[in-house]
Design a protein around this ligand. Structure first.
Ligand code: BDR
Ligand code: CA
Length: 339
C-alpha cells in the first residue's frame, strides 16, 4: 500500500464556508437545540438579537443539566430576553445509549450557575422537541437551519424518525467535537462524548454540517475584564449574563485555569449571522462511538491523499479560526440590545 512517507502534510487551509448566512433582508430561519447551560444562555441571546436570524424554536436536551432544568432555563432565558413568542419544547432526557453524563460541575446543578432567573409565565409545548422540530420543518416554506449546541440526541431522533424532512434542513451548524484535543476527555468534547451514538448518526447522515468544535471555540474566550463592559449596560439581561459569566470565571479560577470562559455555543449561532467571523476548512469527520479511550472523539481528516486513496468525501466544514476581539465586541453589542 502507498504511504505518505516520513513527512507530515501541512494542516488544512481555510476553505469557502458551506453554511448559509442570514441577512437583514432575509433572516435565516433557525431552530436551536440546546442544553442551557451558561454558554448556551449567551448563544440563545445571539439568536434573539441578531437581525440576520429568525429564531423559530428552542428545543431542550439533557446534557449540561437534567433536561427539565434545561427546558425551564430555555423558557426563562427567552422570557428574560423578551422573546416569549419563541416556542420551547422538551427533548430527550439522556443519550440514545447509556446514562446521562452531565456537566453540572461547570454549569451548576440547574445549568444556570447560582443565578435564579425570573420565572416565565408559560410552559413548554406539550408535543416535545422532535415533534416540534418536525412540524416546523414540515410547514416552513423554506428550508430551516438547526444549531445543535448540546448533545445530538434530539437531532439523531429527528433524522431517524422523519427522514423525508431531510431536504427541509438547510444546514446543521453544531457546537461539538474537535479535530484536536477534547475537554470531557483528552479525546472527546462534551457534546459528542455525551451521546456518541447520536453524533455518529448525524455525521453520517449526508446532511450539510458545520462542526464548530473546540478548535475554534477555545479562541472565543471572555475574561473577567468583560464584566466592566457588561456593567455599563442598562438591561436586566446584561446583569444576568454578567452573573453567569462571573460564576464561570470563579469556577475556572478555582480550578487554576485562569479567570476566563470559552463561549462555545455562541460561535455556532454567530457563524450563521456573520459571514467572516469564523474560518472553516472541509474535513471528513467520523465519530468514535466505541467504549474505548477515544469514545466520543471526532476524527477529522483533511488529508487529500488519504481521502482520495480511501474514496472518502469531506462531510463537513470544521471551524478553525475566529476573530477573538470581534467576538467579544459582538457579545457586548448583543447584550446592549436586550432588555
Ligand atoms: C459544550 O459542552 C457544554 O458544556 C457547553 O454548553 C458546550 O455546548 C462545550 O464542550
Ligand atoms: Ca451547550
Amino acid at each position: 500500500m502507498a504511504s505518505v512517507g516520513l513527512f507530515r502534510l501541512p494542516p488544512a487551509g481555510l476553505t469557502q464556508r458551506q453554511a448559509p448566512v442570514g441577512s437583514v433582508a432575509h433572516p435565516l430561519p433557525l431552530i436551536i437545540d440546546s442544553d442551557p447551560g451558561l454558554d448556551d444562555a449567551l448563544a440563545i441571546a445571539c439568536a434573539v438579537v441578531r437581525p440576520e436570524i429568525k429564531l423559530l424554536a428552542v428545543t431542550s436536551v439533557g446534557g449540561n443539566a437534567d433536561v427539565h432544568h434545561c427546558t425551564e432555563n430555555a423558557l426563562r432565558l427567552l422570557h428574560l430576553y423578551g422573546a416569549d413568542d419563541v416556542p420551547v419544547a422538551e427533548g430527550a432526557v439522556g443519550p440514545l445509549v447509556g446514562p446521562l453524563e452531565r456537566a453540572t460541575e461547570i454549569h451548576g446543578e440547574s445549568g444556570m450557575g447560582s443565578t435564579q432567573l425570573p420565572k416565565a409565565s408559560r410552559r413548554a409545548e406539550p408535543e416535545g422537541a422532535v415533534a416540534l422540530m418536525a412540524r416546523i420543518l414540515e410547514s416552513s416554506p423554506e428550508p430551516v437551519a438547526i444549531a445543535p449546541i448540546g448533545p445530538l440526541t434530539n437531532i439523531a431522533l429527528l433524522i431517524r424518525s422523519f427522514p423525508h424532512l431531510a431536504p427541509k434542513i438547510s444546514h446543521i451548524c453544531l457546537m461539538g467535537g474537535s479535530v484536536g484535543e477534547g475537554n470531557s476527555s483528552a479525546s472527546a468534547e462534551f457534546n459528542i462524548y455525551a451521546d456518541p451514538t447520536a453524533a455518529e448518526i448525524v455525521f453520517s447522515s449526508g446532511l450539510p454540517i458545520t462542526m464548530i468544535g473546540l478548535d475554534v471555540t477555545h479562541h472565543a474566550i471572555l475574561d473577567r475584564s468583560i464584566l466592566e463592559r457588561f456593567a455599563q449596560l442598562p438591561g436586566r439581561s446584561a446583569k444576568a449574563a454578567a452573573e453567569l459569566l462571573k460564576f464561570s470565571f470563579d469556577r475556572s479560577a478555582a480550578w487554576g485555569q485562569g479567570e476566563k470562559m470559552a463561549i462555545h455555543d455562541a460561535v455556532a449561532v454567530l457563524h450563521l449571522a456573520i459571514p467572516d467571523l469564523v474560518g472553516v476548512s472541509r474535513y471528513h469527520v467520523v465519530v468514535d462511538a466505541t467504549s474505548g479511550p477515544a469514545r466520543g472523539r471526532t476524527i477529522g481528516d483533511a488529508n487529500p491523499y488519504r481521502l482520495k486513496r480511501d474514496k472518502r468525501e469531506p462531510n463537513c466544514d470544521v471551524g478553525l479560526t475566529i476573530d477573538s476581539d470581534r467576538f467579544a465586541d459582538e457579545m457586548v453589542a448583543i447584550f446592549a440590545k436586550l432588555p
